[in-house]
Design a protein around this ligand. Structure first.
Ligand code: G3P
Length: 218
């Protein structure tokens, strides 16, 4: 399963890239706003740091403007995945960009039916938002299970399931159990994955006992 980070924070992206764990980056207009940076130069900077897919989202909602924006974003770097909303116009843009060899990430997916449409439109990634479904007392991970089952019936569909709106390590482990292709997580959720109280207390004991031996390895 691939790990993408869901952020516009270039310092966080650089720190995660240094771990060797990072396979890609996703952004959205809200994350760009939060970063306080100019969109196009920020995507250029991210693409210099990360060689995997970097999702950059169109801002328009009508076909004519979206296709212009999509072409501009695709021209930034070869690893840009243009992100479009799951609407009729968005999927029309998806089909055209996919046909010209650009990766497209279809975002704001909340149903299995929408995921079927994205696969048929040639999306490289479908982004179901699990956290936002959980927020409504729906079961976000159930949607991932449904999409995994459906896509599994059609091995010729190349769309990867990119679990988005991830809020906790449980979303990540459950995505892996279900066989999702990618999770995109806020940096702090990736950090939480490293942590376990028994790891921490065990390490403290080892450090203390090693110091008591008076030895050194190097
Ligand atoms: O980038 C899309 C998605 O991951 C947004 O997550 O936390 O705003 O629901 P969230």
């Amino acid at each position: 399963m691939k790990f993408f980070v869901d952020t516009g924070d270039i310092d966080a992206i650089k720190a995660l890239a240094a771990t060797g764990m990072l396979d890609g980056v996703t952004t959205n207009p809200s994350l760009i706003k939060k970063s306080g940076k100019d969109f196009i130069p920020l995507i250029e900077e991210i693409c210099d740091v990360v060689s995997g897919p970097v999702s950059a989202e169109v801002a328009a909602t009508d076909y004519d403007t979206m296709i212009k924006e999509a072409n501009k974003l695709a021209g930034i770097a070869r690893n840009v995945a243009v992100k479009v909303p799951l609407t009729q116009d968005g999927l029309r843009v998806c089909r055209e960009m996919a046909d010209q060899g650009t990766m497209v990430n279809v975002t704001l997916c909340f149903s299995a039916g929408q995921a079927i449409l994205a696969a048929k439109a040639g999306a490289a990634f479908i982004s179901p938002f699990v956290g936002r479904l959980d927020d409504l007392s729906a079961d976000g991970m159930n949607l991932i299970a449904e999409i995994c089952e459906i896509y599994g019936n059609y091995p010729n569909w190349e769309t990867e399931i990119l679990v988005a709106s991830v809020r906790s390590p449980m979303h990540i482990t459950e995505s892996a159990r279900l066989g999702a292709d990618v999770v995109t997580c806020p940096p702090e959720v990736i950090q939480q994955l490293y942590k376990h109280p028994l790891t921490q207390s065990g390490l403290e004991a080892f450090v203390k006992d090693w110091a008591a031996t008076g030895q050194s390895i190097v």
